[in-house]
Design a protein around this ligand. Sequence first.
Ligand code: HEM
Ligand code: HEM
Length: 366
Amino acid sequence: LAGSTLRTFVERANPLANGQDTLTVRLTVPVLGWVGFAISGTGQMIGSEAIIGLPDTGEVLKYNLNAQNTAGVVPMPDSQQTLIDARIEQDRGRTTLVFTKILVEEDEIPIEATGQNIFLTAFGSGNTLGVHASREPYTLNLETGELGGGVSTRNSSLWAAHGWLMSIAWAVLSPLAIGSSLLRNYFRCCKEGLWFQLHRGLNMLVVLLTTIAFLIAVAAISQETPAGADASHFSTGISDGHRTIGLVIFLLALAQALGGMLRPHLPAAAENSKDEEAQGPEEQAAPTPQKSTARKVWEVGHRAVGLSLLGLCWYQLQLGIRLYYSIFSLDGVGTALTALWVVIVCLVGTISVGLIGDKCIGLNDE
Ligand code: HEM
Ligand code: HEM
């Protein structure tokens, strides 16, 4: 807010707003440029709702801030453009944004007439909407006028834990688990059924880590949301869909593991075998080794869902890493993404070479 002035005025039962309570804001910034004032749940740009004035056209509209780039700054639908007396003016090197907004509107972050609010102001160095020259979150109590800079910030260690757990689960453990199924013929020489124990064990661990990391994310978002504000859990509009995709992945992973445990079993050949997947090929081949139709369908489904889930997770991992670096304004996102893809490509490469080797040597034919 350095160099800026902000005046606010709450009017109860404003006749201009059909008797609703309103807030009038007059914000002057020390440059000629676009000006934005956002109502924020968290002090973060993403997820906030902004009023932005563009001096060239004089247009002042309400926007959703979905991402930290111009494409993510999207005007709200016409039905939500309810500002009263909104204008933007430039004079002697300064730009002033003025508007009156209804305090509580449907599907929007409510403004507290008596309690504390988190607002953001931002302005650009030119009239075209783009990267901001200055941006600042602060708290403001509209009743007492008390202004605070101590806005609750986001908890970077919780998000780092979330990211590491998800990355270990889906970039390392799950490829290993699926690899042990694909390369099961190699494991035969050690112990019959070893591939299955690895596949089941590693994937159970994946599901466990995913559950923990999922709960950390939900708890972190709840913790970072001020009382009364909407946390927007799993919202599609925020963070390029990461929140929604995350919920889908969590549910699919649970379903996949459950499906694995409840699978239709292979034809019973070795009664004494603890697990039918532990049978050798010759045992399965015993009397009439016909797999049931249910089993065949399950195998196709389990493979299709398992591989699609893995692909979706890789997409989600890189999205999460980008978000983390952007939210905490960190350098080095390129290195982190490269590391992620190197790990994935190495594992997929090794498994592919193993599969080709299996085909060439014909491990299954001995
Ligand atoms: C398969 C992997 C992943 C899944 C399933 C997943 C899941 C989720 C979910 C469900 C949320 C939102 C929780 C809620 O709305 O209450 C979330 C948010 C978030 N995740 Fe992930 N995540 C994954 C990978 C990552 C990675 C690798 C990072 C990197 C650090 C990351 C960083 C974040 C961040 C920063 C947010 C907050 C975004 C926001 O405020 O909109 N995620 N994640
Ligand atoms: C999120 C967890 C899981 C994922 C992503 C997953 C993924 C996969 C994939 C992609 C395959 C096919 C690999 C191939 O073609 O050889 C597979 C095979 C298999 N999985 Fe899973 N799986 C998971 C959990 C489980 C669990 C918990 C069990 C058992 C308790 C299980 C049992 C099996 C069996 C028996 C096969 C072999 C099916 C066949 O012969 O085609 N899976 N899994």
